[in-house]
Design a binder for this molecule. Structure first.
Ligand code: AMP
Length: 235
């Protein structure tokens, strides 16, 4: 039996972690359209170049192109038992296309998992996150154990916000923010965009009774357990 899950949540709600959990628990791949588009970076064809241009401008790729890329991904052998969608659908048009496409294959969207997190916490999860080149991650607001130092330091040119300098106590590695988390403005803009673009989708899926709301301000394990329960309920 197939399992098609749509994972939604503001940045910082823990979608990446939970996609990993769902993948391990149910054996279906994590399909992020953002990742699929980023992977086109090395391609030289017209479509790939157009996608790079759109992403660089922070706009949404058009629905037809997006659906085509999703269709291609869904035809891969590892996706035959279902997938976890992340960052897709982004518009009601994409949602309607996906429903039709799955219906033609005798499948359906089984659940829309909405990881709910208040927006201030979402901001701090993104703005406070620092990681090392080797992949260790901390948060200056929520997860400071293991940090030797976490100071704000003025940029030489006084750009705002100040740089966050953090050091891993164990390895001595310098930790850094992801470039897209380094600007408070950019994080706020992403949160605003999420709220504005997600609400119509939530309304769309609520009307079909597909949305499962999962409180995301709890431990990773507790969120995973709630997800497992929500998925069981769809069976
Ligand atoms: P993400 O990593 O999900 O934030 O996606 C990065 C960028 O890829 C977005 O800013 C869009 O330009 C594009 N993108 C990702 N998913 C979609 C989608 N479902 N529809 C349109 N554009 C998308």
């Amino acid at each position: 039996m197939s399992l098609y899950i749509i994972l939604m949540g503001v940045q910082g709600a823990g979608k990446g972690e939970q996609a990993k959990f769902i993948h391990e628990r149910y054996g279906i791949p994590h399909v992020s359209t953002g990742d699929l588009f980023r992977a086109m970076k090395t391609r030289e064809d017209e479509l790939a170049k157009r996608v790079q241009q759109i992403m660089a401008e922070g706009r949404l790729v058009d629905d037809a192109t997006t659906n085509e890329v999703v269709k291609d991904r869904l035809s891969q052998p590892d996706a035959q038992g279902g997938v976890i969608f992340d960052g897709y659908p982004r518009t009601p048009n994409q949602a309607a296309w996906l429903e039709n496409y799955l219906a033609e294959m005798g499948a359906r969207i089984d659940a829309v998992l909405l990881l709910e997190l208040d927006l201030y916490t979402a901001f701090k999860r993104a703005f406070g996150r620092v990681s090392s080149a080797s992949g260790k991650t901390y948060n200056i607001y929520f997860n400071r154990d293991g940090l030797r130092q976490a100071n704000f330091e003025d940029h030489p040119e006084k750009a705002y916000p100040p740089r966050l300098i953090a050091v891993d106590a164990e390895t001595g590695e310098t930790l850094a923010r992801r470039p897209d988390d380094a600007s408070a403005d950019a994080i706020l803009k992403r949160i605003d965009t999420f709220v504005a673009t997600t609400q119509p989708l939530i309304d769309y899926f609520d009307a079909k009774n597909l949305v499962k709301r999962i409180p995301a301000d709890q431990s990773i394990e507790a969120v995973s357990a709630a997800i497992e329960k929500a998925i069981q309920e769809t069976k």
